[in-house]
Design a protein around this ligand. Structure first.
Ligand code: MD3
Ligand code: FE
Length: 232
């Protein structure tokens, strides 16, 4: 027989979020920006295979900035468009300037990962047409910048961190805003859209370490919609 106050005997946790608060799986950093810890972990084998196919066709290279500096991050691309930098500026190009051929196609495992990450951050129907692959070795960094070469700012950017960790610098809409540091680990995925899309961001010099995924490297996959969605 139930007594009226039996409900009070249930083990209701005193602090409901205590277990998840230390390492939340899904964290909203600001409106439009969601961090999905470990989201890519179940697909690392497929991602690694795909990376080998891409880099056999379009090897990592250090691009030159319009100011004449050699970037410390090595890059390549896959998808319909690739991000390129040279003395004439930054742009998206359907052709890899090193090979004169189109960039390797976007592997299905990449498309699915980006689509599902975007959906779980609230962006439905995300179909990226460009994936920039960044490779950091210890000491490599990416200074504060905005990503604004894309036609379509209404689509989010999905960023996948693999290999050794890095500290991501996340700032505001103005370069002088004070950045926050976010440690990014193997398998973490970030989705940036809406009001967060044009925030300044960068990566601090990567510290020496090693990880089974790619030895002394940090690999970052950055998915974008370079062409406008209407144009296709
Ligand atoms: C926030 N890459 O390739 S990804 C880049 O870790 C780039 O390699 C970094 O920034 C990396 O352009 C950071 C996370 C990221 C990417 C684009 C963003 C964060 C962003 C665009 C707007 C706001
Ligand atoms: Fe960026």
């Amino acid at each position: 027989m139930m007594r009226p106050d039996d409900g009070e005997q249930m083990m209701l946790p005193l602090f409901p979020d205590a277990d998840t608060e230390r390492l939340p799986e899904r964290e909203e950093l600001c409106p439009g920006a969601v961090l999905l810890r470990g989201f890519a972990l179940t697909r690392e084998a497929g991602i690694l295979d795909a990376l080998h196919v891409i880099t056999a066709e379009a090897p990592f290279r250090h691009m030159i900035t319009p100011g004449g500096f050699c970037m410390s991050v090595a890059m390549t691309n896959c998808g319909s468009y690739g991000w390129v930098s040279d003395l004439t500026g930054y742009r998206y190009d359907a052709i890899d300037p090193e090979s004169g051929k189109p960039w390797p196609s976007m592997p299905a495992v990449f498309l699915k990962l980006a689509h599902e990450a975007a959906a779980s951050a609230g962006f439905e129907n995300y179909v990226p047409d460009a994936c920039l692959v960044n490779r950091y070795e210890p000491g490599a960094r990416l200074s504060l910048h905005q990503d604004r070469n894309e036609r379509d700012f209404s689509s989010p950017i999905v960023s996948v961190s693999l290999g050794i960790p890095a500290a991501f610098l996340w700032s505001g809409l103005r370069r002088k805003d004070r950045p926050v540091r976010i440690p990014l680990m193997h398998g973490d995925v970030m989705v940036w859209g809406g009001p967060a899309r044009l925030r300044y961001h960068g990566v601090l010099p990567v510290k020496e370490s090693s990880h089974s995924f790619a030895g002394r490297h940090r690999i970052n996959l950055t998915f974008r919609r370079a062409a406008s969605s209407r144009q296709g």
